[in-house]
Design a protein around this ligand. Structure first.
Ligand code: SF4
Ligand code: SF4
Length: 328
């Protein structure tokens, strides 16, 4: 029998919770978990300006073997369809390849948030072959098809290395319409504004990357920059925080609510904490009752009230935003 979890109580000041209740006549609730998203830690070979994880080469937080095993146990027990592995650069975690192989053996689809340049780190040059051997779906950030714009956000030389990484994946059949070799790119605005339309950007990316760099990909996910962590600090330093947050709130679109990723995803932190999404994880806004991957009862999570705060307006602004791109 499932143990009843405490219910999340939003702050009185949570305008997002009020907005949802006005739009739906009910709070935001999650359904069954269909994706387990594991953030294996903050270690990364890059240190991008907009990073909501605050990841980088100097970080040390990393999921250990006991926690990784508990994640795979929950995946198996819950017959969860998709394992989505993120970080940091998840490939740098010692348990990464084991987790991918175990999840595939269980029949789960595996998605990896792969930053492309990690392929050029020591011991990682065979990553494309590893992905292909395990039918891993690769999702890679490339904020812009313009080299200078991408390098401004992700660091000098990142664009060129990323293109080289895409070429390696293309050579193994990724990005060419094969459902077992999916390569999706991720665009987010290089600045404090809402992104353009996903379909228009997809056409531009295809033309620019195809004609100038001779690379292909399957999909483009367009994301809104969340006003948290490094991007929030940048907004504060440049005096744009209030205006940006207001623009997200003003662009609230109720049609995005059904597709919000927190309704079907359970996010696990490197130390086994549970969250409604990776953004809440970074803000330490836990699932009510603070269950962990070691003691979670998945049935008890169904119908839970999602923990929200002002940053959530980033997911409902305009066409919406999720790990799989725009929502409407
Ligand atoms: S955005 Fe991705 S690649 Fe960049 S520092 Fe953060 S985790 Fe690393
Ligand atoms: S930030 Fe997380 S909890 Fe808030 S709406 Fe987006 S996915 Fe849901």
């Amino acid at each position: 029998m499932s143990v009843q979890l405490p219910v999340f109580q939003p702050e009185k000041s949570d305008r997002f919770a009020r907005r949802i209740e006005r739009a739906r006549g009910a709070p935001l609730r999650a359904g069954a978990v269909t994706t387990l998203q594991i953030n294996v830690g903050k270690v990364c070979n890059q240190a991008c300006k907009h990073c909501h994880v605050d990841a980088g080469p100097a970080r040390t937080e990393a999921m250990d073997t006991r926690t990784a095993s508990a994640c795979i146990d929950v995946l198996a027990r819950g017959k969860i369809a998709t394992l989505d592995i993120t970080g940091g650069a998840p490939e740098l975690n010692a348990n990464f390849r084991w987790m991918v192989e175990r999840a595939r053996a269980l029949g789960a689809k595996v998605i990896v948030r792969h930053n492309l340049t990690v392929q050029f780190e020591p011991m990682q040059s065979d990553l494309p072959e590893f992905f292909a051997a395990n039918d891993v779906e690769v999702v890679s950030s490339l904020p812009h098809f313009d080299a200078a714009a991408t390098d401004r956000q992700r660091g000098g030389g990142v664009f060129e290395k990323s293109i080289a990484g895409i070429r390696r994946l293309n050579a193994l059949g990724y990005g060419q319409g094969d459902p077992r070799r999916v390569l999706a790119l991720v665009h987010n605005p290089v600045g404090a504004f809402l992104p353009g339309s996903q379909s228009a950007l997809l056409a531009q990316y295809r033309t620019e990357l195809g004609e100038k760099h001779h690379v292909t990909f399957d999909a483009l996910y367009v994301l809104t920059n969340m006003p948290i962590q490094r991007f929030k600090h940048w907004l504060e330093r440049t005096g744009q925080r209030e205006e940006y947050e207001q623009s997200l709130e003003d662009a609230f679109n109720p049609a995005t609510i059904d597709g919000l990723m927190c309704r079907s995803t359970l996010s696990v932190s490197w130390d086994g904490g549970l969250y409604d999404c990776d953004f809440n994880q970074m803000l330490e806004l836990e699932v009510a009752g603070a269950p962990t991957i070691f003691d979670v009862d998945l049935d008890a999570l169904v119908g839970r009230r999602v923990a929200t705060a002002e940053h959530c307006f980033g997911c409902t602004a305009g066409s919406g935003s999720s790990c799989g791109g725009q929502l409407t």
